[in-house]
Design a protein around this ligand. Structure first.
Ligand SMILES: C[S@@+](CC[C@H](N)C(=O)[O-])C[C@H]1O[C@@H](n2cnc3c(N)ncnc32)[C@H](O)[C@@H]1O
Length: 371
């Protein structure tokens, strides 16, 4: 009986009111299933474990009904709940860190008498996805030399190059005159010292005259643009040559081909709704599409990069630098990660994906559009 805690003691330890605990009991969320020697209701160790999960999800902002669904899920044990809560908290911490960085930058600007535009002020509170995930980006995202070689070759003899959706500057070619375009202040702030000059603008409205660059490039960014076709036309307008590294969402075959979307994260398909076909994108720049195989040890941690290193997807750092995981939402993310973890430890993943270990590069729908 010593292990059982009274309602008052639980309220004191957890920092919630007795009234809240009674409410949870009334709605069937956490029921004190034991009795003390003197007949009072008491919480068993299992009840306390459940209550802690409830409080964890509540503090993350989940509604009571959502919390009930989460803690009632028979496939999620205490350890899985801890992993999920941890992932959600890391997310929140990264978001808070990005916001602090943005506020600090604005304070420095104001100290110098510069007042940010209303648009810039609103962005500080995460109006844009990359303001939220940007701080995690450089941890795993960098130039993959074999993909860079393809892009740079496609740029031909271009001397002036515009890099649109440039992020932190990956894939910017050396020995050419590069101008970068990047709408996210968080991303711009993380460009290394000495990187190409960067203009705050969006692909759909490039502040440059017609044909003012030898070439324009866009890498892993078109799927973030509110209007990809308009953006691609802009690239074509301002440059004589266009090179775009993107994903072919025209056929659902790629979803089946990549084990991560096929077996763990089918929600990826929802993100492709409304996404233009490869043919439409190629047409927008008047170009052709070439397949790009992903090397097994790809240095740039984009979504498909770890196809032969499945353990990588269990790492928060790997997921936080890829917007897909933020876009599908925390529940789908945690479910996918928990299932993958289980399959890796049971050997099920290895059994299902036996064919992959012999491959050095995989065709997963990545494409280079060249015009
Ligand atoms: C996945 S990152 C790719 C960054 C970089 N090109 C690379 O390969 O590492 C996508 C970038 O697109 C930017 N982006 C989002 N919307 C955009 C738009 N409308 N026009 C241009 N860039 C945009 C984001 O801010 C982000 O930096």
């Amino acid at each position: 009986m010593e292990e059982h805690l009274t309602v008052g003691r639980v309220a004191e330890l957890a920092g919630v009111s007795v009234r809240t605990l009674h409410h949870y009991d009334e709605i069937g969320l956490v029921h004190p299933s034991a009795r003390t020697a003197s007949g009072y209701r008491a919480y068993s160790p299992d009840d306390v474990e459940r209550l802690r999960e409830v409080l964890g999800y509540r503090r993350l902002g989940f509604g009571l009904r959502e919390v009930a669904d989460l803690v009632d899920d028979p496939n999620t044990d205490a350890v899985a709940h801890l992993h999920r809560l941890r992932g959600l908290l890391v997310d929140r911490r990264d978001h808070a860190a990005a916001t602090v960085t943005a506020i600090d930058r604005e304070l420095s600007a104001r100290a110098m008498g510069i007042r940010p535009t209303p648009e810039e002020q609103l962005k500080v509170f995460g109006a844009q996805l990359y303001e939220a995930i940007g701080s995690a980006y450089p941890v795993t995202r960098r130039t993959e030399p074999r993909i860079a070689a393809r892009i740079w070759e496609a740029l031909g003899d271009a001397r002036t190059v515009l890099n649109v959706g440039a992020g932190t500057g990956s894939y910017e070619p050396p020995n050419r005159e590069v101008t970068a375009v990047e709408p996210s202040a968080v991303m711009r702030a993380q460009r290394p010292a000495g990187a190409a000059p960067c203009v705050a603008a969006s692909a759909e409205r490039l502040p440059f005259a017609d044909q003012s660059f030898d070439a324009a490039m866009a890498v892993s960014t078109v799927h973030h643009w509110p209007d990809p076709i308009a953006g691609l036309r802009e690239l074509k307008r301002v440059a004589r040559r266009v090179v775009v590294f993107t994903y072919d969402a025209s056929t659902t075959g790629w979803l089946q081909r990549f084990w991560l979307t096929r077996d763990y994260l089918p929600e990826f398909a929802d993100l492709l709704v409304g996404w233009p076909s490869l043919a439409d994108m190629a047409q927008a720049i008047g170009g052709r599409a070439e397949p790009v195989l992903i090397p097994w040890d790809c240095a740039d941690g984009f979504f498909e990069a770890h196809w032969r290193r499945p353990e990588a997807y269990l790492d928060d750092h790997v997921r936080r630098a890829v917007s897909v995981w933020t876009r599908v939402g925390p529940q789908a993310e945690q479910r996918a990660v928990n299932m993958l973890r289980d399959d890796l430890s049971s050997g099920r993943w290895a059994e299902r994906n036996r064919d992959l270990v012999v491959l050095d590069a995989a065709e997963l729908g990545l494409r280079l559009l060249v015009a």
